[in-house]
Design a protein around this ligand. Sequence first.
Ligand code: DQA
Length: 152
Amino acid sequence: MQNGKLLLVHGPNLNRLGLRSPEIYGHTSLSQIEELVREMADGFGVATEGFQSNSEGAIIDFLQSYGPSCLGIIINPGALAHYGLSLRDCLEDISRPTIEVHISNVHRREEFRHRLVLSPVVEGQIVGLGVEGYRLAATYLLTRYTSDPGKG
Ligand code: DQA
């Protein structure tokens, strides 16, 4: 049953945002990103549920519980983006509107980051725009949902 929650999911090492390689990922912490998305969703009268884990299985458990009834998912999978086939299968299974966000432009970085295994099962990807990527993803999902809740 649709409950209209917007999920914000982060993969391995993203609990270290703000501290980890700030020259690549900036100075904004994960809790600041969660706050930003929560405030945006509040403006649309929508609740959010944030989750971060360093373990692929824990992310899948979360998505299996909350995914089927959510309005959409913003996910920064971290390095799972490059090899997380179980996560890919999970997103395909729950089949909700999903935007994949990467803070850095992964295509400008090491070659192993160029392969994005979630591409076929997400609606869109935003890479390289820093924290702005989350704002754009939230605007897209919230606007789309509130303009036509049936679509969410
Ligand atoms: C990242 C890019 C990934 O390659 C990396 O493993 C991360 C962060 C990003 O947001 O730019 O953990 O997803």
